[in-house]
Design a protein around this ligand. Structure first.
Ligand code: NAP
Length: 184
């Protein structure tokens, strides 16, 4: 059922789930181009930062490399086949997704961060983690673009939109977008 009530509290809703995915993609599934985001949408960025604050965030090495610095006030868990260990404050480098999840769960168990574990891309990580995800928070950007990183197609029999918030294009947002919460 689509919930459009104003009382929707994203943080309280997210906390009910163990593993959640957060993504912004175009209508044709593009999430990235040349190692970066193909758009600048300040309000979507704010939504990402508010949603993931205080939680573990799992990402692929290429996504981590695209950031200017580690995401503050959250545990950055970076998956790479070639590096592991903790070399920077707030960053854990792990060699696979099982290690990433167990690191996240350990940090939650220690009270360092709180549920959910956020899967924050890029394309290779979304693809591998989709089957293990309970919640998808998807910003659908109202454009069709060329790119080189993609979000997997979602089966509409499996994934249902339970809440949605729309934002029109304006002088700070070249494209309109809709933030959708999808559960199985
Ligand atoms: N729009 C959005 O919401 C969003 C979100 C995130 C990222 N992005 C964009 O997506 C693009 C990056 O995505 P991408 O798909 O190219 O790269 P990615 O998924 O961020 O990173 C790929 C790297 O992750 C590591 N990796 C992946 N699976 C692994 C596994 N099972 N075990 C160990 N390591 C593993 C490997 O690192 P090594 O090569 O070090 O072994 C691999 O090269 C960028 O353009 C970024 O801006 C967009």
């Amino acid at each position: 059922m689509l919930d459009t009530a104003d009382a929707f509290d994203p943080r309280a809703f997210h906390a009910q789930f163990e593993i959640a995915m957060i993504v912004a993609c175009s209508r044709n599934g593009v999430i990235g181009r040349d190692g970066d985001l193909p758009w600048h949408l300040p309000l979507d960025l704010r939504h990402f930062m508010r949603s993931t604050k205080g939680c573990p965030v799992i990402m692929g090495r290429k996504t981590f490399d695209s950031l200017e610095k580690p995401l503050p006030a959250r545990s950055n868990i970076v998956v790479s086949r070639s590096s592991k260990g903790t070399d920077e404050e707030g960053v854990w480098r792990v060699e696979g997704l099982d290690s990433a999840l167990s690191t996240a769960k350990t940090l939650i168990g220690q009270g360092v961060v709180e549920q959910p574990v956020w899967i924050a891309g890029g394309g290779t990580i979304y693809e591998q983690m989709l089957a293990r995800t309970d919640l998808i928070v998807r910003t659908l950007v109202d454009c069709g673009l060329e790119g080189d990183a993609f979000f997997p197609d979602l089966c509409t029999d499996t994934w249902k939109i339970v809440h949605e918030v729309q934002h029109p294009a304006d002088d700070r947002h070249r494209y309109g977008f809709s933030i959708q919460w999808l559960t199985r």
